[in-house]
Every structure is written in structure tokens, then in C-alpha cells.
Design a protein around this ligand. Structure first.
Ligand SMILES: [Zn+2]
Ligand SMILES: [Zn+2]
Length: 255
């Protein structure tokens, strides 16, 4: 068994040259799950897969850099003659409201004709074939979930956007790979509270959670990625990388 995570976009807040916003493809046990659908990320998805090939989509929160490509997925699925049924969509509170609002009056079909929407929140658990997903609340200005993905003892945890805190440490505990946002550099005190993590604070969360491997993501446009790496690696005790579009990370049984 292997669990693959492919980065389809990892830019914080807005796109850059060759950098799309948050989107991550999980592939394991014959299932394909898209985590977040930020600007441009589903273009990268379609380099290898059709939108209809997904088994489910999970959206961490309603900020557009995590969900706006769902509008493109809606039209893609609607106009795909070989797509049948509705795409399962598991989304934090307020995502459905935002997206249906964007489509209202614009289409004879509704968002719910294409997506089978389920709202998810703290403590919820879903099963997609052999892949299990557990959600925890994330500290962020709008309702946001962190997601723990497990299959046959392999674990990937995605922070979503998060300012950290005990719920993030708990859901990340013992992960083989922790995909954690590190939007900012420098000291947390130099940034507004309860929105995002700095590189050093992301590394502290990873240490506390005892994760094996840390991949930092959602680095803000214009931020010096080498500085992010230097600040986090000075704190994190394990193996650390900085996410990049189209990179695939493979999680396999240890030893
Ligand atoms: Zn974001
Ligand atoms: Zn956000």
C-alpha cells in the first residue's frame, strides 16, 4: 500500500508565475480525492486526470484560494457527457452558500445537480473506500477544517489554513507526512493573531505532534522560500521540505 500526495497548487492567497493556489490530490487504495480547489489547481489536476475521475472533493474553507475552482469543476462535470451521478463534496460550513450564490441565476442547473454536498466540521469522519478522513476545527477567521487521511496505517494530515493550536496538534499526531501551512516568516507577534502560522510555529506544531515528515505549504506570494525553509528547519527535528506545484510525495510503510 502507498499513499500519494500530489501538489496541484500551494501558493498562499493568490497565484504567481507557475504557482497555483491550494489543491492537493490524494491517491490511495484505488481512490482519488481532491483536497481544496484553489485558483488554477484543477488545471494542474487535468494534466493527468479528468475531473470526473475523482471519487470525492474536500474543501477546507470558503476563502477563494481554496475553493473557487469548484465553479470550473461544476461546468466541467456538467458538460462532460461521460460523467454520471453527482460528485461527492465534503466542505466546511459556508462553502456551499458561497458557491451556490456565485452560480445563482446563471444556470438552469443548480450546484446541487452536479455535487452531492455534505457539510463537515470538528470530529466528523467519512470513509471513501478504504480511505478514512477525519476532520478537526482549524483556527482561522472563517469556519475551516484540518483533514487527517488514513489508509492501512499510512497517514497524511493537511492543516488547511490555520493559526495552529491544540486541535491542529491533536489531528496531526504521529502523521507520516504533515502538510502544514506556513504563510508567514519571522515572529508570530509581528503578524495579526489567529489567521496563519509562521514557518517557525508550523515547525513547533510538527514537533509537538511528533510527525515524521513535514511539508510546508501556502507560503505567501513574495515571501522568500529559502527563509521559510531556514526558519522551519532550525526548529523542526525531522525531515522537512517546501511544497512545490506538481511535486508528488509518496508515503509508504516505514522500515
Ligand atoms: Zn488560503
Ligand atoms: Zn484562508
Amino acid at each position: 500500500m502507498v499513499l500519494d500526495l500530489t501538489v496541484l497548487g500551494c501558493a498562499g492567497s493568490h497565484t504567481g508565475v507557475g504557482r497555483m493556489c491550494s489543491g492537493y490530490l490524494i491517491e490511495a487504495a484505488g481512490k482519488r480525492i481532491l483536497l481544496d480547489a484553489g485558483n488554477g489547481s484543477t488545471g494542474n489536476l487535468q494534466r493527468e486526470h479528468r475531473v470526473r475521475d475523482l471519487d470525492a472533493i474536500v474543501i477546507s474553507h470558503r476563502h477563494v484560494d481554496h475553493c473557487i475552482d469548484l465553479i470550473g469543476c461544476y461546468y466541467n462535470l456538467r458538460f462532460d457527457p461521460d460523467h454520471h451521478g453527482r460528485m461527492p463534496l465534503y466542505a466546511a460550513a459556508e462553502v456551499h452558500e458561497l458557491l451556490t450564490g456565485l452560480l445563482s441565476g446563471d444556470s438552469p442547473m443548480s450546484f446541487d445537480d452536479v455535487f452531492e454536498h455534505h457539510e463537515v466540521g470538528h470530529g466528523d469522519h467519512i470513509q471513501i473506500g478504504e480511505v478514512s478522513l477525519t476532520f478537526a476545527r482549524s483556527l482561522h477567521p472563517v469556519p475551516t477544517v484540518s483533514t487527517r487521511i488514513e489508509v492501512e496505517g499510512l497517514t497524511v494530515v493537511y492543516s488547511g489554513d490555520s493559526a495552529g493550536g491544540p486541535d491542529l496538534v491533536e489531528i496531526a499526531r504521529g502523521a507520516d507526512l504533515f502538510l502544514c501551512e506556513a504563510t508567514w516568516t519571522g515572529d508570530a507577534g509581528d503578524h495579526p493573531p489567529d489567521i496563519h502560522l509562521t514557518a517557525m510555529d508550523a515547525a513547533k506544531v510538527a514537533n509537538e505532534a511528533g510527525v515524521d515528515r513535514l511539508v510546508l505549504t501556502h507560503i505567501a506570494g513574495g515571501t522568500d522560500r529559502e527563509r521559510v525553509a531556514a526558519e522551519a528547519s532550525g526548529v523542526f527535528e525531522g525531515f522537512m521540505e517546501i511544497a512545490d506545484d506538481l511535486v508528488r510525495y509518496r508515503v509508504e510503510p516505514r522500515g
